[in-house]
Every structure is written in C-alpha cells, then in structure tokens.
Design a protein around this ligand. Structure first.
Ligand code: DQA
Length: 146
C-alpha cells in the first residue's frame, strides 16, 4: 500500500509556527514515527506553499496511490482549484487538520475542498495524520473484502 501525504502552506513551519495551536513537535520527527508505525505502508511526503504545486502533485499521484492525506492549510477555505483537482483523480483523499477548525475563527468553518474528499479528520494535533492513514487502510481492506 502506498499513501501520499500532502501538506499545504505554512505547514513547513510545524514546531515553530503558533505552537499553542499546532504544537511544538517537528514534522520530520513525527513523520519518522508514522513510517515506523505503518511498516507495510509506503508513506510519501510532499509540502508546498504554492497552490499550483499542490494541484500538480494531486494530478501526479491521484491515479496510482492508495490514498492521499491532504492538509491544504488555508487553501482549505479558499481553493476551488484544489477541489476540482481532487474531483479529477481517482485516489481517495482524506482531509486533515491539526487543529479543530470548528473551534476557531468563523472563516475556518467552511471547507471548500471537503466535497472532494472521502472523509475528514481534525482536531487531534499531529495524530490527525495517523487517524487518516488508519481510515485509508481500513477503507482499502473493506474494498478488498467486497
Ligand atoms: C490547518 C487549519 C487551517 O485553517 C490553517 O489555515 C492551517 C492549518 C490545520 O491543520 O489545523 O494552515 O489546516
């Protein structure tokens, strides 16, 4: 099984950026832990601050990976282009947020990209990524059993 994590704008600053909201843990350290936790899954990682690069990556991986875990950052709330990209590919995507976007500002309560995703995980800190991967694994196992 092969899963692609895509992180959007400002998520390259995890551990430094607003630690009271996003935590103090460095992403690279967490990614190592994730890979160790799912030894049978190949977990690829991509981060970009640019909308077009995120779209290019969705196109690149969207037909042959088993799942995409997407934290689109603030583009979540603005990007019809990312929604269209998700709808253009066949790989299932789980929308992920580190924070509970429903507890924060009003503008974070609206996700433009959700209709292009199979599910949503948010509010569990970095653990949201693990939960999303588990959901994709369970989904794939269910599909195989059917
Ligand atoms: C975020 C929530 C977004 O509203 C914000 O713009 C981010 C991070 C999260 O992971 O909680 O950059 O996606």
């Amino acid at each position: 099984m092969r899963i692609q994590i895509i992180n959007g704008p400002n998520l390259n600053l995890l551990g430094i950026r607003e630690p009271e909201i996003y935590g103090k843990r460095a992403w690279e350290d967490y990614l190592k832990e994730l890979r160790a936790r799912f030894p049978k899954v190949r977990i690829d990682y991509f981060q970009s601050n640019l909308e077009g690069e995120i779209i290019n990556m969705i196109h690149e991986v969207g037909f042959d990976r088993d799942g995409i875990v997407l934290n689109a950052g603030a583009y979540t709330h603005t990007s019809i282009a990312i929604l269209d990209a998700l709808r253009s590919v066949s790989t299932p995507t789980v929308e992920v947020h580190i924070s509970n976007v429903y507890q924060r500002e009003e503008f974070r309560r609206r996700s433009i990209i959700s209709p292009g995703c199979v599910g949503f995980v948010g509010g569990f800190g970095l653990d949201s990524y693990r939960l999303a991967i588990e959901a994709l694994i369970d989904n794939a196992d269910r599909d195989k059993a059917e």
